[in-house]
Write a protein that binds this ligand. Structure first.
Ligand SMILES: C[S@@+](CC[C@H](N)C(=O)[O-])C[C@H]1O[C@@H](n2cnc3c(N)ncnc32)[C@H](O)[C@@H]1O
Length: 440
């Protein structure tokens, strides 16, 4: 990895980004959007994602080397030490270059007085020949989170915790309304992009991640980037929708599952119009989704709506509802390692409350004999079977339908995919059926 004249700048900016995560609770996605100059180059993203992925391990290396914790106003320096130590521990960059450039970055942070401190700590890390520490029992996770995963998954918990520190594969969904999978594969082969077919017919897993805009046919909307686990949602919903279709996607942005569903419906039932309503409560995410749908060739206007109330509802019941609820994202820690820095145990209780509130509210809009697909990208029982179990005890007209997918494992009410399963993030799905009306 080559170092440029701007190396010190680059490290100072990553230190500032880490401060925004820890102090202002910003996400990496927010930083990518709001500080594109901090994250434009591959080395910048490597540093940002890498420091987040191994934050707790790097902390446990440098904290014992500090005589006392740095002051609140010097957290930028503390994070500069994290950036320096991360490189020494995990990257193959000459050690003297790492130390020099990280020391020079103190000037970029307007704290040249800290040169000696940064130099001393990093030289000690380097001299100790420290190895990255991915240690039991928490494997670089906050203890409360590791414990919740261990309680839920018992024997496989350690494998899941280790898998969370790895990188996720890049998976594509071929837009079969525009091109066949076979033709798209030919295109990939022509461009020397090595890949394999995933567990679902429209899914393709790339050997190496790449910039999505450089994919063949990206601008023509021939393909979307979507985790394999996420691709099961539209398939499950499609299989369990009664005719005539009147479908609600209640948390639709950024439209991954929605666009897949529209593709399935367009492929299968040209004659039977599908009526899809899609809402989300974030205006910014709605406008982003509109652009994504347009690229993929789907003509659907999302509506602004809050899934915890009914102000947006026209009063006509839906035959199927997708509730892809806001959740901890703990199934996607490989892609969003900042989750380990941002999440706390209290936020799980708040999310569970919101998830139940949404379910209770949306249930009123589901027709008898209708199906609701509840899904999260969480590994935690509290947000998954825990929510469905509570919901079923509250609603006598609700029953769950068993799910079986080619990968993952059965939970009491739903189905769980794990980051240890082949090519998937962690996802949870539960199908809830509404009794009543004319039984078939
Ligand atoms: C997990 S994401 C949905 C991902 C989307 N289904 C997809 O496949 O691309 C959750 C979404 O819920 C939205 N959301 C959060 N609270 C909401 C609420 N009260 N009502 C409606 N949408 C909400 C968020 O803006 C976010 O876009």
């Amino acid at each position: 990895m080559t170092l440029t004249a701007k190396s010190a700048d680059l490290r100072a900016n990553i230190a500032k980004a880490l401060c925004l995560i820890t102090e202002k609770k910003r996400t990496i996605d927010w930083i990518l959007t709001h500080h594109p100059d901090w994250t434009a180059q591959p080395i910048q993203r490597e540093l940002l994602y890498g420091c987040a992925r191994h934050y707790l391990e790097v902390q446990s290396t440098i904290d014992p080397l500090l005589k006392k914790p740095l002051r609140d106003k010097d957290q930028d320096l503390y994070h500069l030490l994290i950036v320096g130590a991360y490189q020494l521990l995990y990257l193959n960059i000459p050690q003297h270059a790492v130390i020099n450039e990280t020391v020079n970055a103190t000037k970029k942070l307007h704290k040249p007085w800290a040169r000696g401190l940064v130099n001393g700590v990093l030289r000690t890390v380097s001299r100790n020949n420290a190895q990255p520490k991915l240690e039991e029992p928490y494997f670089g996770h906050p203890p409360w989170l590791a414990k919740q995963i261990q309680q839920t998954y018992k024997n496989s918990a350690n494998d899941i915790l280790v898998a969370n520190t790895k990188r996720a594969p890049m998976t594509l969904r071929v837009n079969q309304t525009k091109i066949s999978v076979c033709d798209y594969q030919t295109l990939l082969n022509h461009n020397k992009i090595n890949h394999q077919i995933g567990a679902l017919p429209q899914s393709i897993i790339l050997d190496q991640p790449m910039h999505s805009q450089e994919l063949p046919g990206w601008h023509e909307g021939w393909v979307a980037v979507q985790d394999l686990g996420a691709q099961f949602a539209a398939i499950l919903l499609d299989q369990h929708t009664n005719e005539p279709n009147r479908i609600l996607d209640a948390c639709a942005a950024p439209g991954g599952k929605l666009s897949h569903l529209l593709e399935l419906k367009q492929n299968i039932i040209q004659s039977q119009p599908t009526n899809v309503t899609a809402i989300d409560h974030s205006p910014a995410r709605i406008s982003q989704t509109q652009q994504i749908l347009a690229r993929l060739g789907h003509d659907l206007a999302l509506r602004s709506g809050d899934a915890t109330d009914l102000t947006w509802w026209d009063g006509k019941p839906y035959s199927a509802i997708l509730l892809d609820a806001p959740c901890s994202g703990t199934g996607t820690i490989r892609r969003h390692p900042d989750i380990k820095m941002l999440l706390n145990a209290k936020s799980i209780d708040e999310l569970q409350e919101l998830q139940l509130k949404m379910l209770n509210n949306l249930w009123q809009t589901l027709a008898p004999q209708g199906t609701l697909l509840y899904c999260t990208c969480s590994l935690l029982d509290a947000e998954n079977d825990g929510v469905i179990s509570e919901f079923l005890t509250q609603h006598g007209d609700a029953s769950y339908t068993s799910i079986e997918l080619p990968t993952g494992s059965k939970r009491k009410h739903g189905w769980q995919l794990l980051p240890t399963d082949p090519h998937t993030d962690g996802f949870y799905f539960a199908l809830v059926h509404k009794k009543g009306g004319l039984e078939r």
